[in-house]
Design a protein around this ligand. Structure first.
Ligand code: GLN
Length: 232
């Protein structure tokens, strides 16, 4: 039995649980559990950080004694499989690697994806949400496009070289790529070549700037379980 936690403090967690439980892998049964306490996190093999509002997720986590440091330790441990979607991707960036927030302190992240710097809301606000079918060769049934849904999505600002090997799993077609973020004194110059990337993997870690739990298609969850969690 594979226990996959879904951080359930704020945001789109129920959908993730439903998709995770629909994933069929040989020799394993996946149970998805909601994580709101240090004890619940300690019982998990792997963790999903859902979309929502990254600042709110951190704020709520800080209210439960002991939860935030444990989350940070779990997420930044390379041996732990963690998947962050949208706000979850922001939280998996480098601790000082988040730009585009309005207030000071909006940028705090937990790590996990080494060298990842992200720009919040680069695709615009709620009204600019969009769906984009993309071909993701690494998924099962690779010629069937995955309908990626972007909601106030973050974009990759740059990837600072680290000793972690980064695999670009999916990128947007050129016409959908937002203008690169403005130069930011804290983040340094953006890397326009990295902006199109919307799905990145480092070993057991995965991030997507889109919400795969709203597409009626569990192939991204299946990819994460098979490749990152089980290492197949
Ligand atoms: N814009 C949100 C943030 O900054 C992320 C949006 C989402 O998760 N759909 O946290």
């Amino acid at each position: 039995r594979l226990v996959v936690g879904v951080l359930a403090l704020q945001g789109a967690f129920a959908e993730h649980m439903h998709y995770l439980e629909s994933v069929r892998v040989k020799g394993h049964s996946v149970s998805a559990v909601a994580v709101r306490t240090p004890e619940e996190l300690a019982a998990c093999h792997a963790l999903v950080i859902p979309g929502g509002e990254s600042t709110a997720i951190t704020r709520v986590a800080a209210r439960t004694a002991g939860l935030l440091p444990l989350l940070q330790a779990f997420v930044s441990d390379p041996a732990r499989p963690v998947y962050g979607t949208c706000a979850g991707m922001i939280l998996m960036a480098d601790a000082d690697g988040v730009g585009g927030g309005k207030r000071k302190g909006d940028g705090a992240a937990w790590g996990g994806m080494r060298g990842l710097r992200v720009w919040r809301n680069l695709y615009g606000g709620q009204l600019e949400s969009f769906e984009q079918p993309i071909e993701i060769p690494a998924l099962a049934d690779p010629t069937r496009p995955f309908n990626a849904i972007f909601i106030r999505a973050p974009a990759v600002h740059s990837l600072v070289p680290s000793d972690a090997e980064t695999e670009v799993v999916a990128s947007l077609p050129a016409e959908r790529v937002p203008a690169p973020p403005p130069a930011d004194s804290a983040l340094g110059p953006p890397d326009a070549a990295a902006t199109p990337h919307v799905m990145l993997r480092q070993g057991r870690k995965l991030v997507t700037s889109f919400h795969p739990e709203l597409s009626g298609d569990a192939r991204v969850h299946q990819f994460w379980i098979e490749k990152c969690v089980l290492g197949r």
